[in-house]
Design a protein around this ligand. Structure first.
Ligand SMILES: Nc1ncnc2c1ncn2[C@@H]1O[C@H](COP(=O)(O)OP(=O)(O)OP(=O)(O)O)[C@@H](O)[C@H]1O
Length: 241
């Protein structure tokens, strides 16, 4: 098992970020972690990286509690822009190579595909292009689990879809056993790409399964189903007042 959670929960100062999540990610799966802003996606990803500790239940990555020893096998792309502006992509790659197994050819291929220079100072790049560098650095890691938190923010919608399709294809060809979990609130453009989706709402599981299962069960796209449920929840809240 690559990732396994059992009744996992997280509260921040009493506020529920994640509640009672039991979920498994298997080798080779490409999983969409979907949900509106604040639904708990980043919290789950940070727990899998070992940055946030559970307040209830358990989480295991490659059979262990996430931490220093699992991190070598986990390639994490945080939501925030974490690279120094004075660096360039090449320098960042060489720096990371000191800590993690990295695939130089994949790095070059992804950068080239994304049309970003290896040598341009990151501070001179647009936000979208810096995101591309961060994505290339993450995909260049040789890892068992890839955790991408909103990897396409700042990139225009047309390019986003193209990048998603191509990167997923490229990435998957490399190591059939690697698992990728991609968190996004932009559900419509990504939903058909995933083997399986986990949709969170208010820290709880709203929907889980293959895109096809959900579409068959609900008769609408995942995006539509999420919006319908959000409207229902909202009207319940209003009715309850
Ligand atoms: N460090 C923290 N301290 C207090 N509350 C937090 C903290 N981190 C997250 N939360 C709260 O937990 C809930 C879930 O947040 P989380 O960032 O996991 O959601 P998300 O689905 O990733 O949202 P987004 O799409 O905006 O990134 C939110 O209500 C958020 O305000």
């Amino acid at each position: 098992m690559i990732l396994q959670t059992q009744n996992l929960g997280k509260r921040f100062f009493g506020n529920v970020a994640l509640e009672d999540l039991t979920f498994t990610a298997n080798p080779g799966e490409f999983i969409g972690l979907l949900g509106v802003n604040g639904s708990g996606k980043s919290t789950l990803i940070k727990m899998a990286e070992g940055l946030v500790k559970p307040t209830s239940g358990s989480i295991k990555v490659l059979g262990e509690a996430p931490g220093a020893s699992t991190r070598r096998q986990v390639a994490y792309l945080p939501e925030i822009d974490h690279l120094y502006m004075s660096w360039n992509a090449r320098y960042a790659f060489d720096f990371m190579k000191g800590f993690f197994p990295m695939n130089e050819q994949r790095f070059k291929d992804v950068l080239e595909f994304l049309s970003v220079s290896e040598t341009a100072r990151l501070g001179t790049l647009s936000k979208g292009n810096r995101t591309r560098v961060r994505l290339a650095l993450t995909l260049a890691r040789d890892a068992k689990l890839y955790l991408l938190d909103e990897p396409l923010s700042g990139i225009d919608p047309l390019t986003r879809e193209q990048i998603l399709h191509t990167l997923i294809r490229e990435f998957r060809a490399d190591d059939a056993d690697s698992t990728m979990i991609l968190a996004t609130h932009q559900i419509a453009e990504a939903e058909s790409l995933f083997d399986r989706v986990l949709v969170l709402d208010g820290g709880r599981v709203l929907l889980e399964g293959t895109a096809e299962d959900i579409r068959n069960a609900r008769g609408v796209s995942i995006d539509r189903a999420v919006k319908q449920d959000a409207m229902l929840a909202e009207s319940r809240r209003r009715g309850g007042k």
